[in-house]
Write a protein that binds this ligand. Sequence first.
Ligand SMILES: [Zn+2]
Length: 333
Amino acid sequence: MRVIDAHIHLADDHPQVVKLLETLELKLLNVAVAHDRSGAWRARAAAYRRASELHPQRYAWCTTFDPPNLQTEDSAEEVGRDAYIREIIPPLEADLLRGAIGCKVWKNIGMQIRKRSGEFLMIDDPIFDPLYAFLADADVPLLMHIGEPLACWLPLDDDNPHAEYYRTHSEWYMGSKPDHPTHGALMAARDRVLARHPRLKVIGAHLGSLEYDIAEIAERLDRYHNFAVDTSARLRDLARQDREQVRQFFLDYQDRILFGTDIVQRRPCGDLDAAAREARLESLQARWSREIAYYAEGEMVLPTGHRLQGLALPYEVVGKVLSGNAERWYPGV
Ligand SMILES: [Zn+2]
């Protein structure tokens, strides 16, 4: 069965990686992320683009854009907003001509970037409306990583499924930042974009940051027909919920859920010695196999010895989640 990992950051087309992808019938959608206005993301995006040009069967790529600088005097004014759009659209158009099939927006919008007034820049700020109109006209989907798991606002105790991440990435831990927007405020801003731009196709990364309750995801999918979600890095959140309800969720929304892993790899295989390369390839294969098995199979035994109840979805639903939905939501993938 063809599989598309619709959310990954793996700038590596080492022959052994390409061979592994062939064996697994796997294609990767590499996603660029703009952490700041330095433009540093462009080097990584260029590697994603090269891989997709050399191996179009195995790699596709999703571009992004620089966030605005809102610290200048006129940035809040219409003239500042116009200047920003004139700055970001031409490179975006160029990337689309060079094969990018989507555009990504990251969590720094809503959680990190402030306006001159001190307020946080939210995803529904009018500064982005022309961008959304442009993407909708071009039929280019927007991959939105807005907000964080709800766990980001909760105590970092043993019950918190993402405690490890926030212990090591305290800059993103919101439990200690009461002056930052709440999870609810971030979701409401995202929802307003979905409502205001019904022709814009939006894929909510990481289960749309509503991973803690599939009923919350279902509510948005019912309300916004331009919305889909990817599963990247949120399998543990699904596995914590009632298995029968999660299975029913996948049956009910079988056209709106895209498989993704969010594997992040900074050093390509070519930089590793043979032993490290073998270990890397084995761990990649194990990760993909395990995640794919969760949708297709029943009871699984993880390498840790833990048992996990897979969803054992019908064959055609597995096909949609693993590749069919990516093909529909990301035209050209
Ligand atoms: Zn990611």
